[in-house]
Design a protein around this ligand. Structure first.
Ligand code: BMA
Length: 311
């Protein structure tokens, strides 16, 4: 297999680590999971599950080592609730999880599939069993959103990807209460022309805090005659001023190369929505949707990613 950066991100040999066949009820596909480490060290994935109508919901899977022996909830963990939240009419997708020490709760920022396209919704939880919904916090068309773990200059910060023209960029917005969002700032622009990240980019997992800045893994979408290609690049942002980009990779570092990434419901897609950081503070487990069909794991090192970005 041709991997240009074999040392940067290693696919796990058990990939794909989760598929629809592992579910306790009939589903079409499982992909694009949010991820977090629970206080006892358990890895929790909140998986996007697409049912056989084409609508998605979220189901939790827990594992002691984050690799195998997953305990999957026997029923959907977090279902769309279109009666009370009409914006969830066509399902909920692509969760990003951030632990908020100030509230002692996990924030789950997810895509609500509204009648007018995707919008950004928020729910808080302590245990991934009960969820407190905040509803739609940014209207369509907007997605690929995640919260930062703490306030910056007194306000919560949310990275997101509104679509207002043929091109779609990453923005950061601020809120005093997680409900009202403003002070919108452009964070990272999609490039143009033949670039791998031309026209449309978006945040992948929540940013990774490092002493050098917020390390952001983002996806670029390249449209070809054969369809869209989803690949991943890196950028580094100032810890206090997120709109200030310190570095950006010219090349992508991870793209669909394995068979399970190239073939599936939507081929040539790698789409991570979460990672966990090992207690060594460096080993990164990146969980990603492969071809909108299954869930895969790739391992890296924060140090190696920063080095690569530097050079
Ligand atoms: C994006 C999102 C993802 C999906 C990807 C490829 O726009 O909708 O959920 O994995 O397209 O289909």
């Amino acid at each position: 297999m041709n991997n240009q950066h074999p040392e940067l991100f290693r696919r796990h040999k058990l990939n794909p680590i989760l598929t629809a066949a592992d579910w306790h009820y009939p589903v079409n596909s499982v992909f694009n999971p949010g991820a977090t480490l629970l206080p006892d060290g358990t890895t929790l994935l909140l998986c996007r599950v697409e049912d056989r109508r084409g609508h998605s919901h979220l189901t939790a899977a827990r594992s002691a080592n984050g690799i195998d022996d997953w305990q999957i909830d026997s029923q959907p963990t977090f279902l769309a609730d279109p009666e009370n939240f009409p914006e969830e009419l066509w399902g909920i997708e692509d969760p990003r999880i951030t632990y908020l020490p100030e509230l002692n709760k996990y924030a789950v920022v997810y895509t609500a599939f509204t009648r007018d396209g995707p919008g950004v919704a928020l729910a808080l939880t302590q245990d991934f069993r009960q969820f407190e919904r905040y509803g739609l916090i940014l209207p369509p068309e907007d997605k690929d959103a995640a919260l930062l773990p703490y306030r910056i200059g007194g306000n919560w910060a949310l990275i997101h990807r509104p679509v207002s023209s043929a091109r779609a960029h990453m923005w950061v917005s601020y809120s005093p209460d997680l409900r009202h969002w403003g002070s919108h700032k452009l964070m990272l622009e999609a490039r143009r022309g033949s670039w791998w990240d031309a026209n449309k980019i978006g945040l992948s997992p929540p940013p990774i805090e490092t002493p050098k800045g917020w390390l952001v893994i983002y996806h670029g979408v390249r449209y070809t005659a054969a369809g869209a290609l989803y690949r991943l690049g890196l950028a580094l942002f100032d810890l206090q001023r997120l709109e200030h980009c310190l570095k950006r990779s010219d090349e992508w570092f991870f793209g669909p190369e394995a068979l399970y990434e190239q073939s599936g419901d939507v081929g040539y897609v790698v789409f991570p929505c979460g990672y966990t950081l090992a207690p060594d503070g460096d080993t990164l487990h990146l969980y990603y949707g492969a071809a909108d069909t299954s869930i895969a794991l790739a391992t890296s090192s924060v140090h190696a990613l920063l080095e690569w970005l530097e050079h």
